[in-house]
Design a protein around this ligand. Structure first.
Ligand SMILES: [Zn+2]
Ligand SMILES: [Zn+2]
Length: 279
């Protein structure tokens, strides 16, 4: 664990993968899809823009501050971008955002892909209605993003249909890795991921399945919580965070995973909506 002087936190606004779900049996872990707030000092970073982004946007507006943020997008499957049209700060001219995606080039560009989502007959209003200052930045896997003097982001490609990007944010002495969505190779661990997460303080991982379920879902592009545990162990990660929960896994099921995972390694956290980890 890093020292207090880093002055930041990780807050989870959406932890579900694939599809948002609302039901009493999912209320403990939450039903919104991928969106995590990472505060590094006064620099706001978001991992992904799933349906959790809508809730976060409402929270931000209530603060009545000028908002500046970098939004690191893993890929553009809907569960990771559906919050974008509903993120109210995009509709106000005072705010500034930089969106980043590294899985689309050379065939596509991020702004075009998001524009296509906000196009009739899928959506009533076009992306140009946004009034905020928004930069849509495309990069290539393995590029390093220098978000500020003290924040360097390493990137790598993941094993996912239509591609995806894993991130490692380095801030002072702290490192936070966001690795979803990705399917592991059964007999050999993914060398790119191990390199990215080596000695990380926090490792957030695509734990959609259990190992048993994984065998039935080869080529669906996801991994298991047990694989995350194995990767975390091999790379000497300090804290492993189970993330991107299958909407078919209710609270009872997730509680069982939490129990099993913490008996393997007590420094394991099953992400839930509202989880706030201070550095
Ligand atoms: Zn996903
Ligand atoms: Zn995906």
């Amino acid at each position: 664990m890093s020292n207090q002087s880093n002055n930041g936190y990780l807050k989870f606004w959406g932890v579900r993968g694939t599809f948002p779900i609302t039901s009493a049996s999912h209320s403990k872990y939450g039903g919104n899809t991928s969106c995590i707030e990472l505060m590094c000092g006064d620099h706001l970073i978001l991992f992904d823009a799933g349906t959790g982004l809508k809730v976060f946007g409402d929270f931000l507006l209530a603060q009545k501050k000028i908002i500046k943020a970098d939004i690191l997008i893993s890929h553009t499957h809907l569960d990771h971008i559906l919050g974008i049209p509903f993120f109210k700060p995009f509709y106000a001219s005072s705010h500034q955002f930089r969106l980043w995606a590294g899985h689309l080039q050379p065939e596509r560009l991020l702004k075009d892909v998001l524009s296509n989502m906000m196009t009739e007959p899928f959506f009533p209003i076009p992306i140009d209605i946004f009034k905020a200052d928004i930069a849509y930045n495309d990069f290539n896997p393995k590029d390093i993003l220098h978000l500020s003097e003290s924040i360097k982001v390493e990137t790598t490609s993941l094993n996912h249909p239509n591609r995806a990007i894993g991130y490692r944010v380095n801030y002072n002495n702290l490192s936070i890795c966001y690795v979803t969505d990705t399917e592991h190779q059964t007999d050999e661990q993914n060398a790119h991921i191990l390199k990215l997460i080596q000695d990380a303080d926090y490792f957030i991982y695509d734990a959609t399945y259990t190992d048993n379920e994984f065998e039935l879902h080869r080529h669906w592009g996801h991994s298991s919580w047990q694989e995350g545990y194995r990767l975390a162990k091999e790379a000497s990660v300090k804290n492993y965070i189970i993330f991107h929960h299958d909407p078919d896994h209710d609270d009872q099921f997730m509680d069982k995973i939490a129990l099993e995972a913490s008996s393997l390694n007590p420094n394991t956290i099953v992400a839930y909506e509202g989880l706030n980890i201070k550095f």
